[in-house]
Design a protein around this ligand. Structure first.
Ligand SMILES: [Zn+2]
Length: 377
C-alpha cells in the first residue's frame, strides 16, 4: 500500500501520504460531473474531492490521536478514498495478548467514525441555524447529488462513518469485531475469522456493483476491502511467526569472522569466498565491531588499503539466543543495522543478518505449511 502513495507532509508528527487511488476518484468525479453538468461544474467536483479528503484526514487523525494516547504511536497515515489507513508502529512494541488489548483496540477503531459523526452532526446544526433553505433530506440523497457543498460535506462524513462501521474487516467495524474475537483466541485466529467475514462483505459489494450499474463504485470498495483483508491476514501470520521463533532456531552458526588487524584487501579476499554480506570483527574471544562487504569496498575505493579496525562499525547490538525474531527485527530496524551477533554467556555463538532473517522467514512459512498439510492428510 505504501508503495502506491506519495508523501504529503506531517500532522502532529505523523507522516501523511496520499494513495494514488485518490487521483482516480478525482478523475472519476471530474468525468461524471462534466458529463452530466458540463465542464463548469468540474470545479465543484474538485471542491467535493477536497471535502472528502479533509473528512478522511480528520477520520484518520481520530485513530492516530487516540492511538497515541493509548501508547500506540502512529507512524503514517495513508489516505484512501474510502477512509485511509493508519499505520501504527507495530515493530516498536511486543505483541500483547488480546485479553489485555481488546478494549484499547476498540477505542482506537471507533475514534475514526466517531469524528465523522460529530462533524456531520455539527454540520447539520450549523446548516439548520444558518441556512434553513438547504434541505438536508431532499432527494436524491448522497454526496455527489447535491449542488450545495456544505450539504455534501455533511453527507460525506455521514457516509464515511456508516461505511467504516460495517463489520467488514479491515474497516473499523471489522476491527471492533476482531478485538472481540481476540478476547478468547490468539491474534492469528481472531484475524482469520474477521478476514473471512470481511471478504464475504467484499464479495457481496463487488457482486452488487457488477449487477447494478448505479452502484458501480461498490465494486471498487469491494475490491479494496478484499485486498486489504488479505494483506492484514498475512501481516498477522508474519507477526506471530516473529514472536514465536527464537534466534537459536534460525541463526547462522557457520560464519566467517574478521580480525581488526586484517587489512581491507584480506577482508575482501575473505568476503569473496563467503556468502555473507556482513562480518563480525573478533579480537581474541571478544566482539569488537561489525563490517559489511559494502563498507569494505567503499573504503578500498575511497582511501585504498587500510585496516578493518579503522573502518568497522563499533556501535552494534547483541542479542541473546533465546530472544524472539520480533525482538531481533526491532533491534535491526531501530538502528538501521544489517547484522546482529548472537551471544550466550558473553560468547559469540551465531549471527543473524537481515538477509538470513528474510530467507529463514520464507523457509519457516513453507515448513509450517508442509506440517499443516501433513496433519490434514
Ligand atoms: Zn477508520
Amino acid at each position: 500500500m505504501r508503495n502506491w502513495s506519495i508523501p504529503a507532509g506531517r500532522l502532529f508528527g505523523v507522516e501523511l501520504r496520499v494513495h494514488l487511488t485518490f487521483f482516480f476518484l478525482l478523475m472519476f468525479i471530474w468525468l461524471t460531473e462534466s458529463a452530466s453538468h458540463g465542464p463548469a461544474s468540474a470545479g465543484r467536483g474538485l471542491a467535493l474531492v477536497g471535502l472528502i479528503f479533509v473528512s478522511v484526514v480528520l477520520h484518520e487523525l481520530g485513530h492516530a490521536l487516540v492511538g497515541m494516547q493509548s501508547g500506540v504511536p502512529a507512524k503514517a497515515i495513508i489516505l484512501l478514498p474510502i477512509g485511509g489507513v493508519t499505520v501504527f508502529d507495530e515493530t516498536q512494541r511486543p505483541v500483547e495478548p488480546g485479553m489485555l488489548t481488546w478494549k484499547r483496540d476498540i477505542r482506537i477503531a471507533l475514534a475514526g467514525p466517531l469524528v465523522n459523526l460529530v462533524i456531520a452532526l455539527a454540520g447539520v446544526g450549523i446548516l439548520l441555524a444558518m441556512a434553513p433553505q438547504v434541505h438536508l433530506w431532499a432527494r436524491p440523497l448522497g454526496v455527489p447529488n447535491s449542488n450545495n457543498l456544505p450539504r455534501s460535506f455533511v453527507w460525506a462524513n455521514l457516509g464515511l462513518a456508516l461505511l467504516n462501521l460495517l463489520p467488514a474487516y479491515p474497516l473499523d467495524g471489522g476491527k471492533v469485531l476482531r478485538a472481540l474475537f481476540n478476547r478468547h483466541m490468539d491474534p492469528v485466529r481472531a484475524t482469520r475469522r474477521a478476514v473471512t467475514i470481511g471478504q464475504a462483505f467484499a464479495t457481496v459489494f463487488m457482486l452488487i456493483g457488477i449487477l447494478q450499474p448505479a452502484f458501480v463504485w461498490l465494486t471498487m470498495i469491494g475490491f479494496f476491502l478484499f485486498i486489504a483483508a488479505q494483506l492484514e491476514e498475512r501481516s498477522a501470520v508474519f507477526q506471530s511467526v516473529l514472536e514465536t521463533v527464537r534466534l537459536e532456531d534460525i541463526m547462522l552458526t557457520d560464519f566467517a569472522t574478521l580480525s581488526p588487524a586484517d587489512t581491507l584487501e584480506d577482508a575482501l579476499e575473505k568476503a569473496v569466498h563467503s556468502l555473507q554480506d556482513d562480518f563480525p570483527v573478533i579480537r581474541g574471544s571478544d566482539m569488537v565491531g561489525v563490517i559489511s562487504r559494502q563498507k569494505i569496498l567503499q573504503a578500498l575505493r575511497a582511501e585504498g588499503n587500510g585496516y578493518v579496525q579503522s573502518v568497522m562499525n563499533r556501535i552494534f547490538e547483541v542479542a541473546q539466543k533465546k530472544e524472539s525474531l520480533a525482538s531481533a527485527f526491532r533491534k535491526l530496524t531501530a538502528r538501521n543495522l544489517s547484522i546482529i551477533p548472537v551471544v550466550e554467556d558473553q560468547r559469540l555463538v551465531g549471527i543473524v543478518t537481515l538477509q538470513n532473517l528474510l530467507h529463514s522467514m520464507a523457509l519457516l512459512a513453507e515448513s509450517r505449511k508442509l506440517r499443516k498439510a501433513a496433519l490434514n492428510s
